[in-house]
Design a protein around this ligand. Structure first.
Ligand code: CA
Ligand code: CA
Length: 371
């Protein structure tokens, strides 16, 4: 009898330890060599150690369409290979399908889609006038509509004619390059075409940071106070899953500004690895969020309110918005626009913050007259 009890206790303990140990995030077998650092758990990776590209992780393009940027290349699968531990994307000068150049582009959509996380891509970029390599992300589901409404994150872009400059940029409906309002930074850096460099994204709720090795290239955050003229997701659509894209464009609106030097080809972009980490906010979370505060009404957009992001020991997942005691909507951003209510009516509004472990903050109540 005693033995059985001990067995049951041991079994329960083992279950308890296993249940807590993986924190809900699973480390895939082929990423087990990567360490958990500062709570960042490896959840997806490709070290390119196999003989060919793993098509369970990547989609390879076969198209002459360059994404609306007037690029000169045809993207062909034959320009992508895995060799000596690297993914190699090679651009060639050759006539193919009506284009004068071929190159490669691949992405992880529906095979690797992530909301928040840390992505590290170690790469050596090609140089030469006309090259335009990029490591970037697009939304997987276009939750807010087609480009640029659902956003774009350019972790790094490089144009060969500007030899030592890297660019990190985000595009949204309010801020995009078609309007000349995209948000970004550039960084002078040496060794771009000769050395392997780690290009990283750290994406947390309401904030995006880009790094080149340990140097911060850009930081973006959603600040409703400065964006009272736009619906929250027009400014910040980065609360939905995105996927990773690697490509080497030739020419085009950015890469071809100073033409294409035909004598540089072939040129290759080398990627040593792609590593994706996430934090298990739910498992790490210990305490409820503080209440929201400093509720303001937009001075530009009707019926838009915003508030100060409350403190939490991990992070706020979303806010619940109640009208007259009934759950009306949720939002991941600390701003909200009321719609389709009765003009002139007053409502009892209640807002509370919910963290990733579903712990709720105390609610804040106030009266709102709909305009
Ligand atoms: Ca490698
Ligand atoms: Ca918490």
């Amino acid at each position: 009898m005693k033995k059985i009890n001990i067995l049951i206790i041991l079994f329960s303990l083992a279950f308890f330890i296993i249940g807590c140990n993986d924190n809900g995030l699973v480390i895939p077998d082929d990423c087990k060599h990567l360490e958990i650092v500062d709570g960042w758990v490896p959840i997806w990776c490709d070290e390119f150690n196999e003989d060919e590209l793993n098509l369970e992780k990547w989609n390879v393009l076969d198209t002459g369409w360059g994404g609306g940027n007037n690029e000169a290349q045809y993207y062909s699968p034959k320009n992508i290979k895995v060799e000596s531990g690297n993914l190699v994307i090679t651009a060639k000068k050759e006539d193919y399908q009506g284009k004068n150049y071929t190159s490669g582009r691949l992405h992880t959509q529906y095979k690797g889609d992530w909301l928040y996380g840390k992505i590290i891509v170690r790469a050596k970029l090609p140089g030469g006038r006309g090259t335009w390599p990029a490591i970037w992300m697009l939304p997987s589901n276009n939750a807010y509509g087609t480009w640029p409404k659902s956003g774009e994150i350019d972790i790094v872009e490089y144009v060969g004619y500007d030899a030592d400059t890297l660019y990190g940029t985000i595009h949204t409906e309010k801020f995009n390059h078609m309007k000349g309002t995209q948000l970004g930074n550039s960084l002078e850096y040496s060794g771009i075409t000769t050395d392997f460099i780690e290009y990283s994204l750290i994406w947390t709720p309401g904030e995006i940071e880009l790094y080149v090795d340990d140097v911060r290239l850009s930081r973006f955050a959603y600040v409703p106070e400065f964006n009272q003229d736009a619906e929250p997701n027009q400014t910040w659509p980065f609360d939905q899953p995105f996927h990773l894209i690697l490509n080497l464009a030739i020419g085009g609106n950015l890469g071809g500004v100073r033409g294409i030097d035909p004598d540089i080809f072939p040129v290759s972009m080398y990627i040593d690895y792609v590593r994706v980490y996430q934090k298990d906010y739910a498992a790490l979370d210990k305490t409820q969020p503080e209440a929201i505060s400093e509720i303001r009404v937009s001075n530009k957009l009707k019926n838009m309110i915003y508030w100060k992001k409350p403190l939490d020991d991990q992070a706020i997942d979303y806010y619940e918005i109640y009208l007259d005691g009934i759950l009306h909507d949720t939002t991941r951003l600390n701003a909200y626009v009321f719609k389709k209510l009765k003009v002139g009516n007053s409502y009892d509004v209640k807002i509370l913050a919910v963290d990733f472990s579903k712990r709720k903050s105390p609610a804040i109540e106030f009266e709102l007259t709909y305009k």
